[in-house]
Design a protein around this ligand. Structure first.
Ligand code: NDP
Ligand code: 8X3
Length: 250
């Protein structure tokens, strides 16, 4: 029987690539995001491979999150794999100049949103005595970098939650894992720089950045290990990257 994967932020980048790869490799997909047209596009692309259900909500809206999860029919309500992927950076400014609005967005989406989605799904997993949660952290959750302040803090929070969730859910037989990527070319920088395409392209110039599909590959590998194996925390870089701040651009 196919396992069901619930993927947040499936309308773009890592989440979208993961929905495709898991959907083509034996998973049923619950895909979530805010952009309805992207959800519909994903559904029509994937439904020839697997069953796919879409949910449109903003992870910041706790009521909307709960009501979307509550709306799942019996057929979709057992969730085997949760991929906490929705998130972004907003801005890149020295702390004295940062925008409160950006700071709130990052904390509300990357930290509070992850918690809002996780708790109701964790309770379903506890009831079925199995499950796997893969949190998408970042190298920014391992080492801060200049001007990264609040984004780095939000990903450090994901790193801490990943460890703590694993401890709390150990007694229930639920696996908790983190993928912590370095630079992946997605819409991430476009969002960080508020639609400035030229600026966002420069982030990935001069080296081969990771692709969303590389992260999806890793997620599929992690999600298909035998029941007794948990890849608890995997840092993944493009070869040209050695740390948050060291990238060999030739
Ligand atoms: P993208 O911008 O391509 O994708 C972000 C996804 O998150 C979109 O599907 C978006 O959907 C969703 N999302 C954003 N805000 C909200 C919200 N308020 N409510 C619901 N969904 C939301 O970026 P990536 O694929 O790169 O990012 C995915 C994850 O990977 C993030 O957690 C990011 O921090 C992390 N990461 C990215 C790296 C990179 O270099 N790209 C490196 C390390 C980690 P929609 O807009 O439709 O709501
Ligand atoms: C995304 C990677 O280095 O742009 O988390 O913060 S980085």
């Amino acid at each position: 029987m196919k396992r069901t994967a619930f993927i947040t932020g499936a309308t773009s980048g890592i989440g979208r690539a993961t929905a495709h790869l898991l959907g083509k490799n034996g998973f049923r997909i619950i895909a979530t995001g805010r952009r309805q047209e992207r959800l519909e596009e994903l559904k029509s692309e994937l439904e020839k491979y697997t069953d796919i259900h879409t949910l449109n909500f903003d992870v910041r809206d706790q009521k909307a999150v709960l009501s979307a999860i509550d709306s799942l029919s019996e057929d979709w309500s057992k969730i085997d794999l949760l991929i906490n992927n929705a998130g972004n950076a907003h801005g890149l400014s020295s702390i004295e100049n940062g925008s409160m609005e950006d700071w709130e967005a990052m904390i509300d989406i990357n930290v509070k949103g992850l918690l809002y989605v996780s708790q109701p799904i964790i309770n379903k997993m506890i009831a079925s005595k199995a499950g796997h949660i893969i949190n998408i952290g970042s190298v920014a959750g391992k080492e801060a970098y200049p001007n990264g302040n609040v984004y780095c803090a939000s990903k450090h929070a994901v790193d801490a939650l990943n460890s703590s969730m694993r401890m709390d859910l150990n007694k229930h037989g639920i696996k908790v894992s983190q993928v912590a990527p370095g630079l992946v070319e997605t819409e991430f920088s476009l969002v960080r720089f508020k639609g400035d395409e030229d600026r966002s392209k420069t982030v990935y110039e001069g080296f081969d950045a990771l692709k969303a599909e590389d992260i999806a590959d890793l997620i599929l590998f992690m999600a298909t290990r035998p029941a007794h194996v948990n890849l608890a925390d995997v840092l993944i870089f493009p070869t040209a990257q050695a740390s948050s701040t060291i990238v060999n651009k030739g």
